[in-house]
Design a protein around this ligand. Structure first.
Ligand code: NAD
Ligand code: UFG
Length: 342
């Protein structure tokens, strides 16, 4: 039996493939490579010494998804595939709704037809909107401030409806906080196209000289140093969270009273300036930055209460800030142009 990984060539997907293969699971990957490179999967094979089948297909192509389910012996799915850039989603809402929501509908429809009802879905801390307090618990009110966030919220609701209509579905929603870092080998990592939107890839590109300086968006937040605070989590910890979620679903004692939802975060917040300082230490270089106005839609502070994942999945993040920075840096240094260097 195999686990289908949608979006498996992407940043979090490729790291999850490694952790699953290392634990002896069989996997099959579908990805249209709209935001990734096939080289990431070649490197997953190199790191693990294991082989698996890859289908370069779009989730929106129902016939292609059907064909995969006919050919492969799939018993569960981890669903990463989706578009994820907040700013782009404001400019191209239809693309985001179409890709993320229709892609999920096609997937679930084909799963249902083939009696595959085990699903782990990539959600995001963005579904908490502007939380009134931190740390954020799973039962906090949900809202979205942009089309990307709304796709996550809508998909969560669609999956709840699916479970309510048919209790044979076993569904886990994982709400990620801020994934950073890379595999220790320095062979796979985050490879954003164009100028990065996210803090860590921006910093590492400043350090290698691809970008001049970091824009620090806002130094007047109500935080210890005035800059935004986030819960950065090592991508390998995150990948291990998926292994735990899939093992929970497949466990004999699995019982649920609804869709299961877990925050995957460390429970610790670091500011933008904390991150700059940590990277300077790791790289042994000063990192140039300039304060700029707040970025629209940003919140001051966001970090998780990860205790539910600890109690129910037996999962905690074990990698600290320095390891996150070291691993991000090794990936960037070894691959200054991402997978294009290969
Ligand atoms: P990513 O862009 O690296 O990976 C997503 C993958 O999905 C890409 O390889 C892309 O080519 C593929 N894809 C997109 N649409 C597809 C389609 N219609 N058919 C087939 N493949 C398709 O992103 P990531 O950072 O690895 O994120 C994975 C998931 O986690 C996404 O759903 C994202 O929204 C979610 N998430 C990411 C973050 C983050 O900060 N990275 C935070 C919270 C949630
Ligand atoms: N920041 C800068 N300069 C930059 C980029 C970011 O100062 O060039 C700051 C932001 O203002 C924020 C912090 O760094 O305070 C982190 O910003 P990111 O863009 O790295 O991450 P976000 O917290 O804004 O959002 C990320 C993902 C979302 C996801 C969310 C989950 O991009 O998709 O984490 O918490 F929903």
């Amino acid at each position: 039996m195999a686990i289908l990984i949608t979006g498996g060539a992407g940043y979090i997907g490729s790291h999850t493939c490694v952790e699953l293969l290392n634990r002896g699971y069989e996997i099959v990957v579908i990805d249209n490579l709209s935001n990734s490179s096939k080289k990431s999967l070649d490197r997953v094979k190199e790191i693990t010494g294991k082989d698996f089948r890859f289908y370069r297909d779009d989730l929106l192509n129902k016939a292609a998804v059907e064909e995969i389910f006919r050919r492969e012996n799939i018993d569960s799915v981890i669903h990463f595939a989706g578009l994820k850039a907040v700013g782009e989603s404001v400019e191209k809402p239809l693309e985001y709704y179409y890709n993320n929501i229709t892609g999920t509908l096609v997937l679930c429809d084909v799963m249902k037809k083939h009696h595959v009802k085990n699903l782990v879905f990539s959600s995001s801390a963005t579904v908490y909107g502007k939380p009134e307090t931190v740390p954020i618990r799973e039962d906090f009110p949900l809202s979205a401030t942009n089309p990307y966030g709304r796709t996550k919220l809508m998909i969560e609701e669609i999956l709840e409806d699916l479970y309510n209509a048919d209790h044979e579905w076993k569904i886990v929603l994982l709400r990620y906080f801020n994934p950073v870092g890379a595999h220790k080998s320095g062979r796979i990592g985050e490879d954003p196209r164009g100028i990065p939107n996210n803090l860590v890839p921006y910093i590492t590109q400043v350090v290698i000289g691809r970008l001049g300086y970091l824009n620090v968006y806002g130094n007047d937040y109500n935080t210890p140093d005035g800059t935004g605070v986030r819960d950065y989590i090592h991508v390998v910890d995150l990948a291990e969270g998926h292994v735990k979620a899939i093992e929970k679903i497949m466990g004999k004692d699995f019982a649920q009273n609804g869709v299961l939802t877990y925050n995957l975060g460390t429970g610790r917040g670091y500011s933008v300036l904390d991150m700059v300082k940590a990277f300077s230490q790791i790289c042994g270089k000063e990192i140039r930055y300039e304060f700029k106005p707040r970025r629209p839609g940003d919140i001051a502070t966001c970090y998780a209460d990860p205790s539910r994942a600890k109690e129910e999945l037996g999962w905690t993040a074990s990698r600290g800030l320095m390891e996150m920075c070291e691993d991000s840096w090794r990936w960037q240094l070894n691959n200054p142009n991402g997978y294009d260097d290969a």
